[in-house]
Design a protein around this ligand. Structure first.
Ligand code: ATP
Ligand code: MG
Length: 480
């Protein structure tokens, strides 16, 4: 991440000394030289660290420290004192100050203390960017390559891991594009930096622009404070532009400039910020034909496709299915209330024969469902969907709609009572979620932002749900 530091001091000498110390490639430094300018600057910009000299905050120093801490991004505060006063130091620390430094310290000691403050801040900020329920970081070794197609593919991947080259990851839905991007980042020299994933299809054009590039105070109505964009947050790490084929053309121009200059300009800003970010992009569209159809800029396509990686679809690497299935059984084992030993040979055969239009994601869903359904400790053909097993479905009653349940005064079919509550509830909820989202998407004509707003969920979360349920926004477009 790119950290923003405010140096607030009236002393020219301290200012130039601190500027020297805090001028690093991962920081942007601003200066405030008076009381009014301190408040004016902190209220419009987002600072991570405010270094303020004791003389500037006068008699009410502890109150000032507390107020600075209540700013939306709760900056860390370092107070610089000209004289050592243990009592005052204790009061300032109690008010929420990170450290109190004495200006009489030699430069190396000041530098060390400020670097420690900055490292700590960067670390917590970067940890906050990773959702707490984020799955463990995927590894390249997780990518099963028992098939010749995948073996060749992974050889190419290994050649580009360590470089800083922009990558375009292509492949059908559910093949593992995002997973691959995460794994490449995790094994690249940037692994200690952040991995920021942006879904270019899930946000409106204006929102996407300010999310990506940030904005200045007053850049548009409602922009009361400046905001950092994802590029700034990804400084030192990787930005993953998912569904890049969905990016509006006007932003494609802006992105091209960023790739060429390695600088970003916030919306409404006059100057640019230098950033050090590796860019990876993904799409399941055929970008070359999008270029031909003038929906994607040719110059941007050339720029991002220098190294393009197309993950082979599962139907072209059926040899990988058995190992993937074993891995998925291990993965879900802890989440299933009953013991599962493995899978029957004829069930595995059916899995290897199927075409997997939804690729690994579909395989995951099938395995999880089969593990929930099976009642003899081994996945059998009967536990697979009829389209895969080729068997006539069991007389398992249809899961009733909420309306049917109501009509039957909430009584549930006898069959359901044979299943654990968790499984039965999960299925009903999934069916309900699907029916709800299909209904809403039909009404909005497949518009993600509008659907998410009406459902009261984040667009990204809507996207994830739609993927899990196999719903595609294109299928709703003509229906409005
Ligand atoms: N080789 C693999 N081993 C285990 N799980 C995998 C593998 N590849 C993909 N997956 C899992 O499959 C699911 C889909 O992967 P991912 O989201 O990366 O696909 P995608 O190509 O980005 O799909 P989409 O185009 O729909 O966005 C994820 O849950 C991912 O963890
Ligand atoms: Mg994806």
């Amino acid at each position: 991440m790119l950290a923003r530091i405010l140096l607030a001091t009236t002393s020219q000498a301290i200012q130039s000394r601190l500027r020297q110390i805090s001028d690093r490639p991962d920081t942007l430094v601003e200066v405030a030289t008076g009381d009014t300018s301190l408040w004016e600057t902190v209220s419009r910009e987002n600072f991570d660290l405010v270094i303020v000299s004791r003389a500037l905050i006068g008699a009410s120093a502890p109150e000032t420290v507390s107020s600075l801490r209540t700013l939306p991004e709760s900056p860390d505060i370092v107070v610089l004192c000209e004289e050592e006063d243990p009592e005052e130091r204790a009061t300032l620390l109690a008010a929420g100050c990170l450290s109190v430094l004495y200006t009489g310290l030699p430069n190396e000691m000041l530098e060390e203390a400020l670097s420690a403050a900055l490292e700590r801040r960067l670390q917590t900020a970067e940890e906050a960017l990773v959702p707490t329920d984020a799955p463990a970081q995927p590894q390249l070794s997780d990518f099963v390559s028992a098939s010749p197609a995948m073996e060749t593919f992974m050889e190419v991947v290994h050649r580009v891991v360590a470089s800083d080259a922009t990558l375009l990851i292509m492949g059908e839905t559910g093949v593992g594009k995002e997973r691959l991007a995460r794994a490449i980042h995790a094994e690249s020299p940037r692994s200690t930096g952040p991995f920021i994933s942006v879904n270019c299809g899930a946000l409106s054009e204006t929102l996407l622009e300010s999310e990506l590039f940030g904005h200045e105070e007053g850049a548009f109505t409602g922009a009361s404070r400046a905001r950092r964009g994802w590029f700034e947050l990804a400084h030192g790490g990787t930005i993953f532009l998912d569904e890049i084929g969905e990016m509006p053309k006007h932003l494609q121009v802006k992105l091209l400039t960023v790739l060429q200059t390695r600088e970003v300009q916030r919306v409404g800003a006059e100057s640019s910020i230098v950033i050090d970010v590796r860019v990876m992009a993904a799409t399941n569209r055929d970008l070359a034909s999008e270029v031909e159809a003038s929906r994607f800029r040719r110059d941007l396509y050339y720029r991002i496709s220098v190294v393009s990686l197309t993950i082979p679809p599962l139907c072209e690497r059926r040899e990988d299915v058995p190992a993937l299935v074993q891995g998925l059984i291990e993965h879900f084992r802890g989440e299933i209330p009953h013991q599962i030993e493995g899978i029957a040979p004829d069930a595995m055969e059916s899995l290897c024969r199927y075409d997997w239009p939804g690729n690994v994601r579909e395989l995951m869903n099938v395995i999880e469902r089969a593990m929930l359904l099976t009642n003899d400790g081994e996945i059998s053909r009967r536990d697979l969907p009829a389209t895969i097993s080729g068997l006539v479905p069991d007389l398992d009653p249809e899961f009733p709609t909420p309306q049917a349940i109501e009509e039957e005064s909430l009584s549930v079919p006898q069959e359901w009572l044979k299943q654990p509550l968790r499984d039965a509830r999960q299925k009903l909820l999934t069916e309900f979620e699907r029916a709800y989202l299909v209904g809403l998407l039909e009404e909005t004509g497949g518009k993600i932002a509008e659907t998410a707003k009406r459902a009261g969920i984040q667009p990204r979360s809507l996207f994830e749900k739609m993927k899990r349920l196999g719903l595609r926004k294109e299928d709703f477009r003509s229906k409005r």
